[in-house]
Structure formats: structure tokens, C-alpha cells
Design a protein around this ligand. Structure first.
Ligand code: FAD
Ligand code: NAD
Length: 371
């Protein structure tokens, strides 16, 4: 009570910056990060340890707190991350390679112990091993990559990663949106989502620079995968009663985790409707799974629209239009809170957003997935 007001305010602002500490036993090194923020979750913590270089990133809004150290001694390949969610404490546990006493944690690297704007730091990549490649349609495959044992990374719903490969001597980078190995037909998180694998559903273009190179990868080959990016917030779904998903082609990919989240974790949602635009029947991704999901879950509905159907197609045809959207985006109650998510080729997304606005939906009710 005796301190001048300025000093007191200064002290409390400083206290909001995360801090870290470390301790050791004979066999373990534990780094403790105090985020000073409640509701920490596994998706907000990214840890990598490569060649003695430890990098821990804690995402807090538009900033990241970084612990970056060249460790004093070698550690084993696997690491563990424990998060005390309610108190915002993150523990990274490393196994010493040799049971010797460490005098220090290591040498600080450039961004060590900084709390910086996420846009001010470059992307960080780790090499992931291709473990399987399965056909989804005639031109689309599900790639499964294994993260290194020394990586803790969970890609949040609605976010994408960048893949990096050297093609003809040049590094090429493209964004892809992780999916689940399958849709949530039993309404539980699939058991194969152990955090060790990243699944990507990728269309191979006949003249595509990156996708041709991906298609030529052999099982066991490595590709660099970045930290997740994207501005989708799950809280937008949690605040909604009706969820409308508009997808075209591989624009379906962000909808996969979104569907899983909406149907397994958001009980206040009354309806979840997907309208899926494709050229032909053969192009429809996971059609069977989507139809089964619609049969099993009464909150979920799916509609397929083809732009180049054969004569046998009895469903709807055409491209995105105001008329189609006015029929599709019907709220379960006049005043119900809705969220409309849209993803596909850029002209599709741009036209869709414009039609949705013209139909009276507000900007806050629309989320467009873009780069
Ligand atoms: P390029 O060499 O760039 O292009 C060669 C030919 O392929 C073009 O002439 C065209 O015919 C065709 N083509 C290329 N890009 C496009 C395109 N964007 N739209 C239509 N035709 C195209 N793709 C997926 O398959 N799965 C995903 O999960 C996924 N997620 C993405 C997330 C984000 C945020 C963004 C922006 C894009 C995403 N993409 C996704 C698209 C992906 O990043 C590449 O654009 C795509 O794989 C083509 O790369 P390429 O180098 O093979 O083709
Ligand atoms: P595609 O060429 O097979 O087209 C699928 C459907 O999109 C068509 O049937 C049509 O209904 C619609 N469409 C295509 N071009 C259109 C246009 N000019 N105007 C209006 N509607 C149009 O699609 P694809 O090859 O699977 O491409 C999917 C697209 O989604 C890619 O451009 C990819 O970059 C994008 N994508 C973006 C993200 C993201 O931003 N987060 C994620 C995944 C995919």
C-alpha cells in the first residue's frame, strides 16, 4: 500500500510475462514453464529437441513464449510434456543420455526466454517420416506422417501446416490442412489420434509441382512439417446453435476436424450441415463415411452438389449460387446463433462469402479458410 501507483502497475505488467525454471534428478531434466495463464492446453505447447537443441514454444494469443537452449549434455530421443491446465504450468521432461550431474541447462539460443509476436518469428520445421499412403479417390490420397519422438505437436482444429521439400534443388513450401484418419462414426476421438501422427488428405495434380513430388515419395521418406498456423477459433463453434459448412474439393479438409469437434464436443449445436461441391461423383471425398455419419447422427446432414455430373446423377447440380445458399443456410430458429465456414478454390470462397453477406449473414457469422 506504500508503493507509488506507477511502480505497482509496472510490477503487475511484468508479472504477466511467462518464466521458466529447471531441475534435475540422476536420470531426468525437467524444465518448468510458468505461463501465468489459465486454460493452457496441449495444442498451445510445441516442443522439439533435435541434436541437443531444445525448443519449447508456448502460444498465448498473438504472442509466443520461447525456451531455446543448446543443452549442456545429450538427452535421449523421447521427451514428455505435462500440462497443468488450470494453473498454466508446463513441464518438459527430458531423459539424460548419461546419468551425470548437469552444471547448467545449456547455452541460450537467440530467442531464448523471449515473449514475442508470433508474426515476428520465422517458421520452424521438423522432419517427419511418411508411414502410409492410401487412396481416397482416383486423384486424392491420405498421407500419414510420423512426428519425431522428440516432438510434441498437436495441430488445432481449423489450422494448417506447411510442408517443405527440395524439388530440383530448390526448397518449395505449400500449406496443407491435417485431417483425422476417418470421420467420428462412433462419436469418440478415434484411438489412432495419439498425437504422434499427422494425416493429410492431398489431391495430386497432373502438373502440380509439389503434389507430384509428394506422390513420388516412398514409405520411409522424410518431409519437413512446420508449426500450425491459422486464425480459426474453436470458441466460435462453442457459441453457435447451427453450424453450416460449405466445402469445395479439398476445401473439405478443414471440415473434417471441425465436424469431429462439433459432433463430439459441442452439445449446444442443434444442427451441423455440410454442403459439398465437387466436379463429379468420383471426386467426392469420403462420401460413404459422410453418408454413414448422416444416418447415425441426427444432428448432421450432408448434401452433394456436382458441377460436371453424368446423366445418372439424381442429386443437385451446379456451382455455388445465392439461391442454393438461401435454401441451405436455414437456421433452426429465426434468432439462433449460426456459424458458417467456407473453404475451397479462391473464387468459390470469395463468391460464397459475398452471397452469404448479401443474404443478411454478418461478417462475425462467417469464417473463410484461406492461406
Ligand atoms: P502447382 O504446381 O501450384 O499447380 C499446378 C496445377 O495444379 C495448376 O495449373 C492447377 O491446374 C492445379 N492447381 C494447383 N493449385 C491449385 C489450387 N489451389 N486450386 C486449383 N487447382 C490448383 N490441398 C490439398 O490437397 N489438401 C489440403 O489439405 C490443402 N490444404 C490447404 C490449406 C491452405 C491454407 C491452402 C492455401 C491450400 C491448401 N491446399 C490443400 C492446396 C495446396 O497448398 C496446393 O496449392 C496444392 O497441393 C497444389 O500444389 P502443387 O504445387 O502440386 O500445384
Ligand atoms: P476442384 O477444381 O475439383 O473444384 C471443386 C468444386 O469447386 C467445383 O465442382 C466447383 O463447384 C467449385 N469451383 C471450382 N472452381 C470454381 C470457380 N472458379 N468458381 C466457383 N466455384 C468453383 O477443386 P480442387 O482442385 O479440389 O481445389 C480445392 C481448392 O481448395 C484448392 O484451391 C485449395 O487451395 C483450396 N483449399 C484451401 C484450403 C484453405 O485455404 N485452408 C484448404 C484446403 C483446400
Amino acid at each position: 500500500g506504500m508503493l507509488p501507483e506507477k511502480k505497482v502497475l509496472g510490477a503487475s505488467a511484468k508479472d504477466l510475462t511467462p518464466s521458466y525454471d529447471w531441475f534435475q534428478t540422476d536420470s531426468l531434466i525437467t524444465i518448468v514453464i510458468y505461463t501465468k495463464q489459465k486454460d493452457m492446453s496441449a495444442e498451445l505447447v510445441i516442443v522439439d529437441c533435435q541434436d541437443k537443441q531444445l525448443r519449447g514454444e508456448i502460444i498465448m494469443g498473438d504472442r509466443s513464449y520461447l525456451v531455446e537452449v543448446d543443452l549442456e549434455h545429450a538427452v535421449q530421443e523421447d521427451l514428455a510434456v505435462h500440462i497443468a491446465e488450470k494453473v498454466g504450468k508446463v513441464e518438459i521432461t527430458l531423459k539424460k543420455k548419461d546419468n551425470i550431474h548437469w552444471k547448467m541447462l545449456g547455452q541460450p539460443l537467440e530467442s531464448h526466454n523471449t515473449f514475442i509476436k508470433r508474426t515476428d518469428k520465422g517458421p520452424f520445421y521438423r522432419k517427419c517420416k511418411l508411414v502410409s499412403k492410401t487412396e481416397v479417390t482416383h486423384n486424392t490420397k491420405l498421407f500419414c506422417f510420423l512426428l519425431p519422438k522428440s516432438t510434441h505437436l498437436r495441430v488445432p482444429t481449423g489450422q494448417h501446416v506447411y510442408l517443405k521439400q527440395a524439388i530440383a534443388g530448390t526448397e518449395v513450401v505449400k500449406p496443407y490442412t491435417p485431417v483425422l484418419p476417418s470421420l467420428p462414426l462412433d462419436f469418440k476421438e478415434p484411438s489412432c489420434c495419439d498425437g504422434a501422427h499427422i494425416y493429410l488428405m492431398i489431391k495430386i495434380y497432373p502438373c502440380g509441382l509439389f503434389t507430384q513430388a509428394l506422390d513420388h515419395l516412398q514409405i520411409g521418406d522424410y518431409v519437413s512439417v512446420s508449426n500450425p498456423e491459422g486464425n480459426f477459433k474453436k470458441s466460435q463453434v462453442q457459441a453457435s446453435e447451427d453450424l453450416f459448412l460449405l466445402a469445395a474439393g479439398t476445401g473439405f479438409t478443414p471440415m473434417v476436424k471441425l465436424l469431429n469437434f462439433a459432433l463430439t464436443e459441442v452439445s449446444c449445436l442443434r444442427t451441423v450441415k455440410l454442403i459439398f461441391f465437387n466436379k463429379t461423383e468420383e471426386d467426392i471425398l469420403w462420401r460413404n463415411q459422410l453418408e454413414q455419419l448422416a444416418l447415425k447422427n441426427e444432428r448432421f446432414e450432408v448434401q452433394f452438389i456436382l458441377s460436371q455430373p453424368t446423366k445418372d446423377w439424381v442429386g443437385k447440380q451446379g456451382k455455388i449460387s445465392s439461391l442454393l445458399l438461401s435454401e441451405f443456410v436455414k437456421r433452426s430458429r429465426e434468432d439462433s446463433k449460426a456459424l458458417i465456414c467456407i473453404c475451397g478454390p479462391t473464387p468459390f470462397t470469395e463468391q460464397g462469402v459475398q452471397y452469404l453477406k448479401d443474404l443478411g449473414n454478418s461478417q462475425e457469422e462467417i469464417h473463410a479458410f484461406t492461406a
